[in-house]
Design a protein around this ligand. Structure first.
Ligand code: KIV
Length: 271
């Protein structure tokens, strides 16, 4: 399907219209200027500056260590590249869980210092006050339910969430709460497809799935995963669209060989 590149800037209102008319929403992460320029030019609706930067950019095991300053650095690079996509930034672990005043000041810093268009926060009813305060300041908020990686030490594993009835019921209540508060959308990560379908149908705001089946209103992936840069990371939900690890590795090995063999640079590749 062709993408309408005539649209000046995707807004939360356009995303809502997309859900209303059944048009799927495409979302992908990016963390730097060059990648974000490619992603934006490809017709992405939402670029997520995810705290997965902690894993794929900084090499941490979890998303917990990344700081607000580091998120702002990544986000401002992405914002400079994004001409069409809506840019949403994760509030990192520790920047909003303390109290709603701190949450608001973190969100304001992201908006002011990076120029992004909204924030994403993990959690449901327990962070309602913070979400509400941020929304009152006019900052669009996207929720994130299901597998919420900032709580990995509570879960103990990255396995599918909400398979049990009690957790599924809480997730449904949380999703309704996020909508009632005024969130413009909700990411549903690694939950059963049947539950994601039920939530997507019960909400009027868009749901964006990752490992949540085909019935969400949109999909999101981590760019390093779908481009095959993370060799060996192949969860069932991931569709790998390229094999950049091998492509880049071949190019770099060729470069090393050429330098060692004194064939680069040749007499035309200089001044
Ligand atoms: O940080 C991230 O990349 C995310 C997506 C996996 C949804 O939150």
């Amino acid at each position: 399907m062709s993408v309408n590149k005539e649209v000046k800037r995707i807004t939360t209102h356009i995303l809502q219209e997309m859900k209303n008319r059944g048009e799927k929403i495409a979302m992908l992460t990016a963390y730097d200027y060059s990648m974000a320029a490619i992603v934006d030019n490809a017709g992405m609706d939402i670029i997520l500056v995810g705290d997965s930067a902690s894993n794929v950019m900084a090499g941490h095991e979890t998303t917990l260590p990344i700081t607000l300053d580091q998120m702002i650095y990544h986000a401002s690079s992405v914002v400079r590249a994004a001409k069409r996509a809506l840019v949403i930034v994760d509030l990192p672990f520790g920047s909003y869980q303390g109290n709603s005043k701190e949450a608001l000041s973190s969100a304001i810093r992201i908006m002011k210092e990076s120029g992004a268009h909204g924030v994403k926060m993990e959690g449901g009813v327990e962070i309602a006050e913070s979400i509400s305060r941020i929304l009152t300041a006019g900052i669009p908020v996207m929720g994130h339910l299901g597998l919420t990686p900032q709580s990995i030490y509570k879960f103990g594993t990255y396995t599918v969430r909400a398979k049990e009835e009690a957790e599924a019921v809480k997730l449904k209540e949380d999703s309704l709460k996020l909508q009632e508060l005024g969130c413009f959308g909700v990411v549903l990560e690694k939950i059963p497809a049947k539950l994601a379908k039920e939530v997507s149908e019960s909400l009027s705001i868009p749901t964006i799935g990752i490992g949540a089946g085909q019935h969400c209103d949109g999909q999101v992936l981590v760019i390093h995963d779908m481009l095959g840069i993370n060799k060996g990371f192949k969860p069932r939900f991931l569709r790998q669209y390229s094999n950049l690890y091998d492509i880049m590795n071949d190019a770099i090995v060729n470069y090393v060989d050429d330098v060692k063999a004194k064939s680069f640079p040749n007499d035309k590749e200089g001044y």
